[in-house]
Write a protein that binds this ligand. Structure first.
Ligand code: PLP
Length: 364
């Protein structure tokens, strides 16, 4: 195969042989004419398969090093699709620190007595809790918002030993930085809304696997329950993937400059950054300064979400992670002085000045 940059830049190109369109057409048709009785063009009904979505899904599978991909209407619908693979009553071992919406969904499955969730904090903790009773391990690494990392390779080996499926939410690093399937994971999920689509303008989800049995079953469930992404959003998603490697590289470089500046700042007690990617969290020295700091920022937008070209700052306590009970989230470090930053494509020095001005006190 050609290099990833070449592959992504030309994703969808040369598809429309009749007109030579460089940009892939958006196939809005929900239904397709059959050439004859029992015959099909390969496309029958858009819930099952759509030409624009197929190009996107092939691109996503290639990007993650998988064989099967499904593009869904949101990250949460992608996660829900994966959990539909497993029988009710199954036991799952999942990261303690994780996206609040995933936690809310797991709580709901538990409330309906459809599944049992066990939470782990460290690799050692996971090893202790992993047994043949566990159907699947579900991890975020780094976690959202504490940026804690675990080894996908080690956990995949341990999961295999007990026959558990390993699922990784790879939203924060993207396959440009981390490819879980190549490290032994069975299934990767994404909030495509974030870096993959990257422009804060479409809601999307992704499931990728290299296991043909899961791939076929996921496609069957997706066709049965209908969470698939609309053709127009698929087209926007394809367009975004063309610039993904460039965006990630630049956003990561800028993030490293910001981390270096904040680590020296007296108003910042701690910087949580895993050394890669374009997300970081900070603990302010004074919790009372959270409000004034957010209000004083002019380039960072105070909003939930991450991974787009515009820099955002999020307050997990009242936004993304508000559904995790206060006592629980504070017990593992998600405390009220914590803020999460998603670094975009703006100039690094402009962003640093904005942060310093808003933090106040000292500009060194
Ligand atoms: N996974 C992670 C790590 C997320 O941050 C999010 C959303 O913030 C999701 C999943 C859910 O994705 P979506 O908002 O696209 O439904």
């Amino acid at each position: 195969m050609t290099h990833l940059h070449t592959y992504l830049a030309q994703l969808g190109n040369r598809w429309d042989k009749e007109t030579g369109a460089i940009s892939l057409p958006i196939h809005l048709s929900t239904t397709y004419a059959h050439p004859g009785l029992g015959a099909s063009t390969g496309f029958d009904y858009t819930r099952t398969k759509n030409p624009t979505r197929s190009v996107l899904e092939e691109g996503l599978a290639t990007l993650e090093g998988g064989t099967h991909a499904i593009a869904t209407s949101s990250g949460m619908s992608a996660i829900q699709l994966v959990f539909q693979l497993f029988d009710s009553g199954s036991h799952f071992l999942v990261s303690r620190d994780l996206y609040g919406g995933s936690f809310r969904y797991f709580q709901e499955l538990e409330r309906q007595q459809l599944a049992h969730f066990h939470y782990f904090e460290t690799e050692e903790d996971l090893q202790e809790k992993l047994s043949a009773q566990i159907t699947a391990v579900y991890i975020e690494t780094p976690t959202n918002p504490l940026m804690q990392e675990v080894s996908i390779e080690k956990i995949a080996t341990w999961a295999k030993e007990v026959g558990a499926v390993m699922v990784v939410d790879n939203t924060l690093l993207t396959p440009i930085i981390q490819r879980p399937l190549e490290l032994g994971a069975d299934i990767v999920v994404h909030s495509g809304t974030k870096y993959l689509a990257g422009h804060n303008d479409i809601l999307a989800g992704v499931v990728v696997t290299n296991n043909p049995e899961f791939g076929e079953r996921l496609a069957w469930i997706a066709n049965t329950t209908g969470p698939t992404l609309s053709p127009f959003d698929c087209w926007l998603f394809i367009r975004s993937l063309k610039t993904l490697p460039l965006r990630i590289k630049r956003q990561e470089e800028t993030t490293k400059e910001i981390v270096a500046a904040l680590e020296k700042h007296p108003q910042v007690k701690e910087v949580l950054y895993p050394g890669k990617g374009a997300m970081l969290s900070i603990r302010l020295a004074d919790e009372q300064k959270v409000g004034p700091f957010l209000e004083a920022l002019t380039l960072f937008t105070y909003a939930e979400s991450l991974g787009g070209v515009e820099s955002l700052i999020t307050y997990p306590t009242t936004q993304t992670h508000a559904d995790i009970p206060q006592e629980l989230r504070e017990s593992y470090g998600l405390t009220p002085e914590l803020l999460r930053l998603s670094i975009g494509l703006e100039d690094a020095q402009d962003l640093i000045m904005d942060l310093k001005n808003a933090l106040g006190g000292h500009n060194g």
